[in-house]
Design a protein around this ligand. Sequence first.
Ligand code: C2E
Ligand code: MG
Ligand code: MG
Length: 579
Amino acid sequence: MKPSFLKRVKELLRKDGEVQEREDRFRALVQNSFDIITIHDVTGATVYESAAASRILGYPQGGLIGKSPFASVHPRDIQRAREAFANLTSGGSPVPIELRYRHADGSWIWLEVLGNNLLNHPGVAGIVLTSRDITERKHAEERAQYLANYDVLTGLPNRTLMQDRLNQAVAQAKHTKERIALVHVDVDRFKMINESLGHYAGDVILKAAADRLKKCRRDTDTVARVGGDEFTILVRDAGRLGAVTGCASKILSEIAQPFPGKSQDVFVSASIGISMYPDDAKSADELTKHADAAMHSAKTLGRNNYQFFTQALNVEVQERMVLETGLRLALKRDEMYLVYQPKIDLSTRAVIGAEALIRWRHPELGLVPPSRFIPLAEESGMVGEIGEWVLRAACRQIRQWQNMGLSPRIAVNVSARQFQQYDVSQLVRTAISEARISPESLELELTESAVMHDAEASIVTVEKLRQLGVGIAIDDFGTGYSSLSYLKRLPVESLKIDQSFVRDISNDTNDAAIVRAIITLARSLEMKVTGEGVETEAQMEFLKAYGCQFAQGYLFGKPMTAAEFTGHIQSSEISAAAG
Ligand code: C2E
Ligand code: MG
Ligand code: MG
């Protein structure tokens, strides 16, 4: 043998070995890859599968060979899978797709599949697919998706999903002229149920209520939980009004069935508001607002009933919005001021002081009475700021009167919410020291219901206020439900008989009896009594006869500006001196 020939054979053998080595390396890489690698011919039939295929999909090794890759793809994904494969074979650029593939045990595996056209590659001559198992990620995504759209407690769609469905329904209805109803259900006094039976029992009732609501809808309707104790039902194709009222009545009677509780049945009712598209609203947003307004009117009408939205309600809602927006700016724009209504001593008819009453002059609406904006300020959380302003303004005014040598005692009203949520004693201390007035010149009027709401807490606050030296009166007495045992413990100076009793004192024997009883009660508790809303001599005489010491009312003077009140006290002092 020629040496050169031997050399050549050796070289060839070495190259062969190298090829073998390389091939082994690639095979090992492919076989041990976490991803499934498959090769398909142009018809799609599988010609090669890596070891991961059997591991991930559960079929015996080689089980896919010769089969179409689409055979086990989820019916919903098959169309996309075929399109992607066709795109690959025709030379399109590869795009990853996600699809469900049936596992040997029947479950669905989520795969992310990326293809590569290697038909023209001499070593491969096929379509190579790399499929990654993304089942866990998909399940996590689905769970997150579920949590974003569903309420965990009841399994019902939540507010977000309801909003989506409602938007969709309204968008469709614009074209189809379909009528939609939005039924807003609020469980009555649910807070009380929660507080008295505990949150667990509350949850059980909510879940049961959700199940009952589901019974009241048709398949095309959506029931959602949109708040703690609030549900809405989107009624599609609500052409006949009867269909909607039927649904609402059914809800009322379903909810009225007793809910089995731990020791006894729990009875619950609901208030329902209904608004219709396109009759009441032009958008999903409006539809929601109007159903809510209608629900509130059902509450006002005594609960356990349903109400349709009306245009009158709309006017009310609009007005509320205007007031609420205005209220936020009122103090900054200097639209609030105080007026003072004289309080007199019935035995001498001398003016002893005044009640400060807030007034709001709205730039467009004119004078808005406090009975309209104070409740609104309480609901929207602005009452703290307004109450603080009133107190400061009153204290400054007292200072001015004291500078003039006058010393009327001024009463300031504290709203229920302000009394319960803010540290009134701290506020009073600052206001008094800032204005440099003596605390005896200030009195606070707390309403009976505010004080009795949480009587134990009230006793603590009232004691703190008394320590500061300010007077405390209970306003609108007789309209709330006072517990006598608490009343005895409250260090309160006086009671103000609500004007509704004084009004008919001379011709309604019940009212007369109530007024007498309040005066007797006050005397036995060593409290003073003020009669409010005195308009006639007869009312005044009645109060005097039964031992009421003080009075307030149009008979003695309407609420007036500070300047007018200055003149009023001065002339009262002159007449007292003359008398
Ligand atoms: P209130 O504290 O019971 O005040 C007495 C109300 O009766 C005042 O109404 C007063 O103008 C009115 N009034 C007085 N005498 C007579 C009378 O002889 N006949 C009639 N028909 N009415 C009389 P106003 O000023 O409209 O205030 C209504 C309510 O608004 C007050 O009832 C009080 O609860 C609240 N309020 C007024 N100012 C303030 C305030 O600065 N802060 C808070 N939190 N509430 C206030
Ligand atoms: Mg008052
Ligand atoms: Mg009053």
